[in-house]
Design a protein around this ligand. Structure first.
Ligand code: ATP
Length: 306
C-alpha cells in the first residue's frame, strides 16, 4: 500500500453533442464526441490516522462532505473493499465548476484510479468504469480519457483518433448552469437541427481540423443560449476573430473556440474581456493521452509531485 498519490483530473469539451431520443426512465439517449483538454484539477490522496474521508479544496463554495464527488468515489471503493484506513483528499480545482467540462466527473474518475493504485485493489480499467457509471454518466469516459464517441446515456464508449493539434480558447461566462435544468427543458422530439456527428468522426479519421469544425454542433445550446445570451455573444466574438468554429461544451455555459493562430485567439480573448462576457478564460491544447507533444509529455494521470 502507498501512503500518498498525486493525480491530475482533466477537463473535457464536446466536439459534438446530439440527443437522439428519450428513454422511458427519463434519461436522454446521446451521441457525443468527447475530447480531453490540457486543463486539469490536482488531487492528492493521503492515508491518515483518523478513520473516514476528509476533503479540503481551494474553492470555499464546494462541498467538502459526502456531496463532493471525490468523497463519493472514495467511499464507493472503501465500502466495497472494506478499507478501514482513513484518507484525506486535497482537491485543487482549475476546471471551472458547473461549466459543462465534466470537472466533478473527472475528479471522481481520478480518485477511483488513485484508490485502486494506492490500495492495490487490482481492478482493471473496465472494472473501474463499471463502478464509475454509478457516480455519473461521464465518469467512465473520464477514466478512459482521450477522444471518444459516447453513446447510450454517455457510458457506451468507442475510442477515436485524437483531434489534431490546435489552440482551444475556453471562456466561461459568469453563470452556473445545472445539467438537470438543461436536459429537463430540452425538446428532444422537435430539435431544430442535429450536428453531423458522423462528419466529425470522418474528420478525426482524416485528421482534418477544418472538416471537424464544419460539422460541430451541440443541441443543448437550444436551451442554454436563450437562458444565457452571453454564450451566443462569446461564440460570435470568437468567430469574428478567426475561430474555425466556436461551440458551447456539454450543457454549458463554457464556450470553446478552435484556433490555429495564437494572435487570433489573443484578440478574441481581449474582446471577450473588454465586453465583460467572461472572466474565466483559458487558452489550452487538446490533451493527448499518448503524450504526443513534447511539452505535454508529463501530462499523465498520475503526476510526479504537483
Ligand atoms: P458536466 O459537464 O458533467 O455536466 P459540470 O461541469 O456541469 O459537469 P461540475 O463542475 O462537475 O459540473 O459540478 C456540478 C456540481 O457538482 C457543482 O454544483 C458542485 O457543487 C458539485 N460538485 C461535487 N463535487 C464536485 C467536484 N469535485 N468538482 C466540482 N463540482 C463538484
Amino acid at each position: 500500500m502507498r501512503d500518498e498519490i498525486n493525480l491530475r483530473a482533466y477537463g473535457k469539451i464536446n466536439l459534438g453533442l446530439d440527443v437522439t431520443g428519450k428513454r422511458p426512465d427519463g434519461y436522454h439517449e446521446v451521441r457525443m464526441v468527447m475530447q480531453n483538454v490540457n486543463l486539469y484539477d490536482n488531487i492528492k490522496i493521503r492515508t491518515r490516522r483518523a478513520p473516514g474521508i476528509g476533503v479540503r479544496t481551494n474553492l470555499p463554495f464546494l462541498p467538502t462532505g459526502p456531496d463532493n464527488l471525490v468523497c463519493r468515489a472514495a467511499k464507493l471503493l472503501m465500502d466495497e473493499f472494506g478499507i478501514e484506513e482513513g484518507i484525506s483528499i486535497s482537491l485543487y480545482k482549475k476546471i471551472p465548476v458547473a461549466a459543462g467540462m465534466a470537472g466533478g466527473s473527472s475528479d471522481a474518475a481520478a480518485v477511483l484510479v488513485g484508490m485502486n493504485r494506492m490500495f492495490r485493489l487490482g481492478l482493471s480499467k473496465r472494472m473501474l468504469m463499471e463502478r464509475g457509471v454509478k457516480l455519473g454518466a461521464d465518469v467512465p469516459y473520464c477514466i478512459m480519457r482521450g477522444t471518444a464517441l459516447a453513446e447510450g446515456i454517455g457510458e457506451r464508449l468507442t475510442p477515436l483518433p485524437s483531434m489534431p493539434e490546435c489552440l482551444l480558447l475556453l471562456a466561461k461566462p459568469p453563470v452556473s448552469v445545472s445539467t438537470r435544468f438543461v436536459y429537463g427543458n430540452l425538446k428532444a422530439d422537435s430539435l431544430p437541427f442535429h450536428p453531423d456527428i458522423d462528419g466529425i468522426l470522418e474528420g478525426l479519421e482524416k485528421q482534418d481540423l477544418a472538416g471537424i469544425a464544419s460539422c460541430m454542433g451541440n443541441v443543448l445550446e437550444t436551451v442554454t443560449i436563450p437562458a444565457h445570451p452571453g454564450i451566443g455573444e462569446i461564440k460570435a466574438r470568437m468567430k469574428e476573430e478567426g475561430a474555425l468554429a466556436a461551440l458551447m461544451s456539454g450543457s454549458g455555459p463554457t464556450v470553446f473556440g478552435i484556433f490555429t493562430e495564437r494572435e487570433a485567439a489573443l484578440r478574441a480573448e481581449a474582446r471577450i474581456r473588454e465586453d465583460r462576457l467572461a472572466r474565466q478564460i483559458y487558452t489550452v491544447r487538446p490533451f493527448y493521452v499518448d503524450g504526443r507533444s513534447r511539452r505535454l509529455r508529463n501530462g499523465c494521470m498520475e503526476s510526479k509531485g504537483k
